[in-house]
Each structure stands twice: as structure tokens, then as C-alpha cells.
Design a binder for this molecule. Structure first.
Ligand code: AMP
Length: 190
């Protein structure tokens, strides 16, 4: 299986690039943010719980997120692999993911990190707010909190995969096509 963690701060382009990667490599896209948003829309219990965290730009608790992710993976028995987008976001999630994948006889192939400077991220999120309809894009304070949460809780996950020799950095600045080409090269040369 080809299991890729697509990593990067909010606004790095993970969603956009995931769409391209799933087509090219025939993978299943699992975006925890998208799954939470679908649950909010469907007014499920999980959605109600997640919303209170998401609206503030905080992380949904690990246990809830991990259980949801596991059940999503198990829905795709015949998958050739997965793009994990927005997961894992804490070291506890990364450890749980490793243990879970190992229990079903597979593992993370690599983490590809889209690297984008903070100033550019703020600009992109401001623009995205005009079209995304996401409440967490609309408020500059929530955007700043998401960036802070990324720095404090999520950035260490990169070290987790670096220690396993699985981290590949990709420059996330430039045209969408150029960034896709860099990602393809990173994946194909692995
Ligand atoms: P995203 O669409 O990836 O930007 O995620 C939007 C929001 O969903 C985040 O700010 C969190 O509140 C929540 N979320 C998404 N993925 C995770 C995760 N792996 N762990 C905890 N919370 C998450």
C-alpha cells in the first residue's frame, strides 16, 4: 500500500493537492477536517462535539479523532492506499496511527510536508474565507489560534516521522501545478 501523510500548516494547500494525488496514485483521501465538517452538516453527535472545538480553532480531542479515523480506514477494505490530510495532528495521534496500521498489516510510507511561510498562510486563509464559507476561516483571531495550535501541537509530528526517516519537505510556494509536480517527484523518488 501507498500511505501518505500530507502535512503542513492551515492554508498550506493540503486539500487542493490531495485531490490531485488521489487521482494520480489511485488513493483514498481521508481529511479529518472534511469528515468533521460533514458531521456538523449532518448534525450528528460527533459533529456537535467537534463544532465547539473547530469554531475556536482548537483540536478535537485525540480519542474522538483517532476512533473516527480508524473507522474511516476500515470502510475502505480494498484501498490501494490512503492520503491522510490533516491527520495526525499530535504525537499521540501519530503513535495511534502507527499501531493501528500495523494491526492491519500496513504502515505509513512517508510524510510529505508542504512548507509555507506564516505571512503567506495568513494571506491565503484570508482569501479562502471569501469562498470557503468556513467559520474558522472568517475570524482573524481563530486563524491565529489555528496557526499557534499548529506550531505547538502539530509541528512536533514532523520530528516523529523524521526520526523514522520518513519525512520529505516540499516547497509549498508557487503555482498549484508546480507544487503538484514537486509532490509527484517526492513520491516517485521515494
Ligand atoms: P482542517 O480542515 O484540516 O483545517 O481542520 C479543521 C478543524 O478540524 C481543525 O482546526 C480542528 O478543529 C479539527 N481537526 C481536523 N483534523 C483534526 C485532527 N487530526 N485532530 C484534531 N482536530 C482536528
Amino acid at each position: 500500500m501507498l500511505n501518505i501523510v500530507l502535512f503542513g500548516p492551515p492554508g498550506a494547500g493540503k486539500g487542493t493537492q490531495s485531490e490531485r494525488l488521489i487521482g494520480k496514485y489511485n488513493l483514498v483521501h481521508l481529511s479529518t477536517g472534511d469528515i468533521f465538517r460533514a458531521n456538523i452538516k449532518g448534525e450528528t453527535e460527533l459533529g456537535l462535539l467537534a463544532k465547539s472545538y473547530m469554531d475556536q480553532g482548537n483540536l478535537v480531542p485525540d480519542e474522538v479523532t483517532i476512533n473516527m479515523l480508524k473507522s474511516e480506514v476500515l470502510k475502505h477494505e480494498n484501498a490501494k492506499g490512503f492520503i491522510f490530510d490533516g491527520f495526525p495532528r499530535t504525537n499521540a495521534q501519530a503513535q495511534a496511527l502507527d499501531a493501528f496500521l500495523s494491526s492491519i498489516g500496513t504502515e505509513i510510507t512517508m510524510m510529505v510536508g508542504l512548507e509555507v511561510k506564516e505571512e503567506e498562510l495568513r494571506e491565503r486563509l484570508k482569501k479562502r474565507a471569501e469562498v470557503s464559507g468556513r467559520p474558522d476561516d472568517a475570524d482573524p483571531e481563530v486563524i491565529q489560534n489555528r496557526i499557534n495550535v499548529y506550531k505547538n501541537e502539530t509541528a512536533p509530528v514532523k520530528d516523529y516521522y523524521e526520526k523514522q526517516d520518513k519525512y520529505i519537505a516540499v516547497d509549498g510556494i508557487g503555482s498549484i501545478d508546480d507544487i503538484s509536480d514537486r509532490l509527484y517527484a517526492a513520491i516517485d523518488n521515494n
